[in-house]
Design a protein around this ligand. Structure first.
Ligand SMILES: C[S@@+](CC[C@H](N)C(=O)[O-])C[C@H]1O[C@@H](n2cnc3c(N)ncnc32)[C@H](O)[C@@H]1O
Length: 208
């Protein structure tokens, strides 16, 4: 673990994990459905999945915006993105676009109505990545972020599990007490809820 996010370590982490990632995330799938529902997507809208990984959220996002909407996934790990590309090809989606780049340097000229940051702790701890992501959104865009967080003191034992999961999925423990804090710099106070005994958060806000 490093004091800040470490891209090289993250790429290596996800190179090793890509093939088994979908199985490992099974426990968190109800939260994914909840996060996508909280985006309140409408048919025809555009949504960006920042740090889309293997594309596990793409079916839900695509279903919510429909054939007339647009889904964009941005992902820095070539190994994770390859899985996402296979998923898109398998479904034959024409309105799902995948961009292989760190969010902070990704080129996409559109503006989205909504954005998802599902378990993207490293990304959310980089000020330039958060600013770069929000630059792709329309004013009034809905934003939902989820992920691991330190549980409160009354559930301190849960933090053993948070630490074990963090070692496998993120490169810095920085910000784990309030992982959405950089988003709040831009959005103002977010609505934050806890799940799984406080080990996981769901934060929602609007870009004003
Ligand atoms: C735990 S995975 C989550 C993947 C996906 N969001 C999901 O819900 O399954 C975190 C992902 O964020 C990606 N990531 C981290 N920092 C990033 C950045 N700055 N730009 C783009 N992707 C990033 C990682 O490569 C990894 O695929």
């Amino acid at each position: 673990m490093t004091p800040g996010p470490d891209r090289r370590a993250a790429l290596e982490q996800y190179r090793r994990r890509a093939a088994v990632y979908d199985l490992e995330l099974a426990l968190f799938e109800p939260l994914r459905r909840e996060a996508v529902a909280r985006l309140a997507l409408q048919p025809g809208e555009t949504v960006v999945d920042f740090g889309c990984g293997t594309g596990l959220s793409l079916p839900l996002l695509r279903a919510a915006v429909g054939a007339t909407g647009h889904v964009v996934g941005i992902e820095q790990s070539p190994d994770m993105l390859a899985q996402a590309r296979r998923r898109v090809a398998r479904h034959g989606w024409r309105n799902v676009q995948l961009i292989g780049a760190p969010v902070e340097s990704a080129h996409w000229s559109g503006r989205a109505d909504a954005a998802l940051f599902h378990f993207t702790h490293d990304l959310l701890q980089r000020p330039e990545a958060v600013a770069g992501a929000l630059a792709h959104l329309k004013r009034g865009a809905r934003i939902v972020a989820t992920g691991l967080r330190w549980a409160p003191r009354w559930a301190a034992a849960v933090n053993v599990a948070v630490y074990v999961a963090a070692r496998r999925s993120i490169t810095t423990l920085d910000g784990l007490d309030r992982p959405w804090h950089l988003l709040e710099r831009h959005l103002g106070p977010m609505q934050v809820e806890s799940r799984l005994l406080g080990a996981v958060y769901l934060a929602a806000g609007t870009l004003s």
